[in-house]
Design a protein around this ligand. Structure first.
Ligand SMILES: *Cc1c(COP(=O)(O)O)cnc(C)c1O
Length: 231
């Protein structure tokens, strides 16, 4: 068995165990294989082992790799997204995890609308208010969701967050818990057309804690594909 196949099997096993520990059905947690900086061949290898969802951070890289890979792959966009690049990925991704401002939501609405399609999105929340990270503040979340919900070609499916980095995954747990609480608040607001079925949280170092706190999408890169090299 190749390295990616082996890592994939281990990660799936850890996902299932974390779900069971939390009294959850493992089927309610989906793995997003984060393939940024990794070649199409690595993605093809994971896909051959049954991995369906891949997460990319950069528009250029996504549109370059996508045509080389099977059409059955589900692409998620998880990185900071500039409005002027939205057109390049319109209709090409199944979920955008990183919507954090109304101007971006409007552009997604416009571009998907031009194709006669609806884009599923998550609203990214910057709970820790780190300046280097995208995301709306917890305080502004409800207002943003209300406005985004008005857009006809966009459907809010849940929330996403990226906690500060901790060596110990327990450090991230309060942020995961907070995201779940925020989703509960949005749900209670009963905004028409808004669903809170997805919580995108947890990465290689902390996905088990995220699952214990309710994650439905975990975004795992280096634990699956190995360390990234940026050039
Ligand atoms: C790179 C990235 C990940 C994956 O990080 P790993 O630590 O390699 O698992 C997850 N989410 C986002 C938003 C990322 O940019």
């Amino acid at each position: 068995m190749g390295e990616i196949a082996q890592h994939l099997r281990e990660i799936q096993e850890r996902i299932a165990q974390a779900a069971v520990r939390a009294g959850r059905d493992p089927e309610t947690v989906r793995l997003v294989a984060v393939s940024k900086t990794k070649p199409a061949a690595a993605i093809a290898e994971a896909f051959a082992c049954g991995q369906i969802i891949f997460g990319e951070n950069y528009v250029q890289e996504l549109v370059a790799k996508q045509p080389e890979l099977p059409a059955e792959i589900c692409w998620h966009f998880i990185g900071n997204l500039q409005s002027n690049k939205v057109r390049q990925i319109a209709g090409k991704v199944d979920l955008v995890h990183s919507v954090d401002r109304l101007s971006l939501a409007r552009e997604i609405d416009r571009q998907w609308g031009a194709l006669g399609k609806v884009c599923d999105i998550l609203v990214q929340v910057n709970i820790s208010r780190e300046e280097t990270k995208g995301g709306t503040s917890s305080e502004e979340l409800l207002d943003l969701v209300r406005e985004v919900a008005q857009l006809p070609h966009l459907r809010v499916k849940g929330l996403m967050t990226m906690p500060p980095f901790f060596d110990d995954p327990e450090g991230a747990r309060p942020y995961f818990r907070k995201l779940r609480e925020l989703a509960d608040q949005v749900r209670q607001a009963a905004i028409p057309g808004v669903e809170m079925q997805e919580l995108s949280m947890g990465m290689s170092g902390d996905f088990e804690a995220a699952i214990e706190e309710g994650a439905t999408l975990v975004r795992v890169g280096s634990a699956l594909f190995g360390e990234r090299q940026y050039h």
